[in-house]
Design a protein around this ligand. Structure first.
Ligand SMILES: *Cc1c(COP(=O)(O)O)cnc(C)c1O
Length: 434
């Protein structure tokens, strides 16, 4: 499979090169040159396949022969070593729990897959690769965990000081080894901007091989398409019209779902559920795409003012606004509505959601107002204990901490504070000279 840059000013390249580069030399995101639908028989018999088999068939064309089949299967098996259960609330609503991985957010799958691909490609390389990543909360932990101990790869994580939850901070600042956390005096967009600057800084690039583990990296982004297949596998014999409500920030997850649909997965419709960061909600209303500064909310992993993957969504729909609008709706909800939803989900279904899932639930309800016969799956993108303060405060109940969280909560935080791009550059150059 070849990948082209969405800016169209850089040459097409291989899977390996796209993964190692992260971003194309012209700053464009990489996008597959073609997406070939899987045969109908794949979906007709999907419930008889294991998750590993499904994932292998689905990702095969995107990797091509660049990773040996046996090794690709091994990578997938290790990546998917936990459950992806559907919990049915009633005949209209289910949730797909994507938080059973080591850092309890859906980003574990992409991070683990990417780490293993990079490890595979770099195993005979004497030069270390530096993974540079900005996080609004969950990416940092998932990437730190996924890449911990991977030979030949150093990881540098930028996170906005005071704007991630305590548990999220612990997950990304306590691992040590090849993982370094940079605590930025600023918001997520500042972190993301600095990372983008680093990728086009020719002095820096001449000193080191930099790549990104944000969802701009195809190896982080594409494996997320598995989720939609795992949900379909569990629900296909019960419901005809399956809709996904995806709590969205950088729009990587929902965009991967749209790739699954292109592969032939029968998905009726997508809902991008947003918090107050509502660039896309507004776009679908006004046809005007107006990125703005992000605002802080209780669903912090979605506090994104300029969603980096939206350009991929436009590409999937050949930049045709009407086609996109037929397949995607977007709604935006306030923190108060989100709190009320957490409380309602708890009282009506005895289920403890996290603030991101709650936004997804609200999107599902909104859709059902007009389409009561659809079945909406909202994605539970993180475990509620990652947002303990908000959740316990709303449901007035102590939530039991799972093992994955207990194991980091008493570890000692280690981070380096930085303020601007100059600090970041100094840090990276100093480290690569030693
Ligand atoms: C990252 C994240 C999101 C947003 O996902 P995107 O792919 O960036 O749209 C939603 N919920 C949680 C818990 C996350 O960590």
């Amino acid at each position: 499979m070849k990948y082209y840059s969405l800016n169209r000013k850089a040459p097409s390249t291989t899977f390996e090169d796209a993964v190692v580069r992260g971003l194309a030399p012209d700053k464009g995101l990489y996008f597959p040159e073609s997406i070939t639908p899987l045969p109908d028989s794949f979906f007709e018999t999907i419930e008889h396949k294991s998750n590993t088999e499904i994932a292998f068939e689905a990702i095969k064309q995107f990797v091509g022969d660049e990773i040996h089949e046996k090794e690709l299967k091994q990578i997938i098996e290790e990546t998917l070593s936990f459950e992806f259960p559907i919990i049915e609330f009633d005949t209209s609503i289910s949730t797909l729990e994507l938080f059973h991985g080591p850092t309890m957010a859906f980003k574990d799958v992409g991070a683990r897959f990417m780490a293993r691909c990079l490890g595979y490609f770099n195993k005979n390389n004497s030069r270390n690769i530096t993974v540079l990543v900005a996080t609004s909360g969950d990416t940092g932990g998932a990437v730190a965990n996924g890449f911990l101990g991977v030979k030949g790869v150093d990881v540098v994580i930028l996170y906005p000081s005071g704007k991630v939850s305590d548990i999220q901070e612990k997950q990304l600042t306590t691992l040590g080894q090849n993982i370094t956390a940079l605590e930025v005096n600023g918001v997520f967009d500042d972190c993301q901007d600095m990372v983008k600057l680093a990728f086009v800084d020719s002095e820096l690039i001449s000193h080191m091989q930099l790549t990104s583990a944000n969802s701009i990296n195809i190896a982080r982004w594409l494996p997320q398409l598995f989720y939609f297949m795992f949900a379909y596998k569990q629900l296909k014999n019960k419901y005809k019209k399956i809709v996904f409500s995806v709590p969205s920030g950088n729009f990587g997850n929902i965009c991967a779902g749209m790739v699954a649909q292109k592969l032939g997965l029968p998905i009726q419709h997508f809902i991008a559920s947003n918090n107050a960061n509502n660039v896309v909600t507004n776009y679908l209303k006004t046809k005007d795409y107006n990125p703005k500064a992000s605002v802080q909310t209780i669903s912090n992993a979605m506090d994104v003012g300029n969603p980096s993957n939206f350009i991929r969504i436009e590409a999937l729909y050949s930049n045709n606004f009407d086609n996109l609008k037929n397949n995607l709706s977007s709604y935006s909800f306030t923190d108060n509505e989100t709190r009320d939803a957490l409380s309602e989900i708890y009282s009506a279904y005895n289920y403890i959601a996290d603030p991101h899932g709650a936004v997804g639930y609200l999107g599902a309800l909104r859709h059902l107002e007009n389409k009561p016969n659809d079945h909406v799956v909202f994605l539970e993108t993180a475990h509620p204990t990652k947002f303990l303060d908000v959740v316990e405060d709303v449901i007035k109940t102590k939530v039991e901490l799972p093992e994955q969280i207990k194991s980091v909560i008493n570890k000692k935080k280690s981070s380096i504070t930085i303020t601007d791009y100059k600090d970041l550059k100094r840090f990276l150059l100093a480290r690569n000279n030693t």
